[in-house]
Design a protein around this ligand. Structure first.
Ligand SMILES: Nc1ncnc2c1ncn2[C@@H]1O[C@H](COP(=O)(O)OP(=O)(O)OP(=O)(O)O)[C@@H](O)[C@H]1O
Ligand SMILES: [Mg+2]
Length: 416
């Protein structure tokens, strides 16, 4: 029998994606957007696990948690954007069984659900087993979902190997066979659309089109050029110029001591330049919204490139965007839906802080940069550069550097 999950989440875009991911993993999912309807559904549908967003429009999430505990034994997993130790204790005291910190990855969501199910199944004396168990389904799906070496797409792009797993996709290294006399390498980004619900499927397709349209509008040496896009059954593909380069986190890990400040500044100028291109698009500027080291590639000439455009969007100051980003790098206002271009300045400041201090912000308290200035871990960083990074990391958007143009000027004035 398939396990039933009750998802209480008011962010519709997020709940659609979570539902899709959970259904794909073999669970039955019911979605409620308010605390009241969630409690009602828990009473009626006897879920095996409840995923509860703590910030709901009608009732305080803690009240919902208490009410749920009175009517069901199902484990409750709290999902929240901001998490302090005190909150964790509070959740657990109020009867939550686990928690997920937003934004969480697909794998974290599934791992957490599996872990709580496993715990209750162990307590009940039975271990998961049958063929319909999501645990086994996942393994099978993972095996068949990957394209093997040699597969030819559109009679043109030959798969070589997996380059990387992204947040929403698998990226392969491939070869464009159109050019028979030259080996033209491409990055092939594959997004799987397994939605059975036509509305979710349409939404995923629209998202894919939005991403490809944004990339198609851009032309900049630090942004991979989009060469093609197409769909094959339920898979959407983007073919991108291949950037032979390394993730700066790998370079950081391999560096004894600290990275020289000139090198980090030079990468930051490359990224600023790419962001400037986005922020000066007409008629509407584009905001990247997910600048972080894993969205940079440092090429063989030590030039930095910017990747990861899945959540980039056209800036609409009057309209609220989805509250999505990467904890540690994303500024506070983006969690409230802001699409102001200054969100990218903060994220670049956080990226520079990480690369210079060797402190990964995803492992630190949210928005705590000012409590751990760079020079406390890396005393070699100049006062002038520290000041620029501090200005990029201002919590209050109106006190932050006003534009990437301003940031480039300040970085160039360092004179490296
Ligand atoms: N054009 C490229 N050339 C070389 N490697 C690439 C390229 N595009 C992506 N990659 C590799 O694949 C990884 C994942 O790519 P990316 O971050 O774009 O995918 P995603 O996380 O699924 O989606 P997104 O970040 O757009 O939301 C990158 O970190 C990088 O290692
Ligand atoms: Mg990514």
């Amino acid at each position: 029998m398939r396990n039933r999950i009750l998802l209480i989440e008011d962010d519709q875009a997020l709940s659609r994606i979570m539902r899709l991911q959970l259904e794909h993993a073999g669970y039955d999912v019911t979605v409620c957007q308010t605390g009241t309807s969630g409690v009602e559904a828990a009473r009626e549908s006897e879920p095996d696990v409840i995923l509860l967003d703590i910030a709901l429009p009608d009732l305080d999430g803690w009240v919902v948690c208490e009410q749920l505990n009175k009517i069901t034994d199902a484990p409750i997993v709290i999902s929240t954007a901001v998490r302090s130790e005190r909150d964790v204790i509070r959740d657990l005291e109020l009867g939550a069984d686990d928690y997920l910190i937003k934004p969480f990855k697909h794998k974290e969501l599934l791992a957490c659900v599996k872990a709580v199910l496993h715990r209750i199944e162990r307590t009940a004396g039975s271990l998961p087993g049958g063929l319909d168990s999501p645990v086994q389904q996942d393994v099978v799906t993972d095996e068949i979902d990957r394209l093997s070496e040699g597969v030819l797409l559109q009679n043109r792009y030959r798969i070589n190997r997996i380059l990387s797993y992204g947040d929403f996709s698998v990226v392969y290294l491939g070869r464009d066979m159109q050019f028979t006399h030259r080996s033209r390498l491409v990055a092939i980004k594959e997004m799987l659309n397994t939605a059975t619900d036509p509305m979710i499927s349409r939404m995923l397709r629209a998202n894919f089109e939005r991403q490809t349209n944004i990339l198609a509008a851009l032309s900049h040496p630090a942004i991979p050029q989009i060469c093609d896009y197409f769909e094959v059954t339920n898979r959407a593909y983007t073919i991108l110029e291949y950037i032979e380069g390394r993730d700066p986190r790998v370079i950081l890990r391999e560096t004894e001591g600290f990275l020289p400040e000139e090198r980090v500044v030079s990468w930051a100028i490359d990224i600023c330049d790419a962001l400037h291109h986005l922020h000066t698009q007409r008629p509407h500027l584009i905001v990247h919204r997910d600048v972080k080291p894993q969205h940079m590639l440092v090429d063989l000439d030590d030039k930095a490139h910017l990747l990861g455009f899945a959540i980039a969007r056209v800036s609409q100051p009057q309209e609220k965007g989805t509250m999505i980003g990467t904890e540690g790098y994303t500024p506070p206002e983006q969690w409230r839906g802001s699409t102001d271009p200054r969100v990218d300045i903060y994220a670049l400041g956080a990226t520079m802080h990480h690369l210079l201090s060797k402190q990964d912000p995803t492992l630190e308290a949210p928005f705590s940069f000012h409590e751990r200035p760079i020079h406390t871990t890396n005393a070699t960083v100049s006062r002038e550069l520290t000041e620029i990074i501090d200005k990029a990391l201002e919590y209050d958007i109106n006190r932050r550097l006003g534009s990437v143009g301003e940031m480039i000027s300040a970085l160039l004035a360092l004179g490296y």
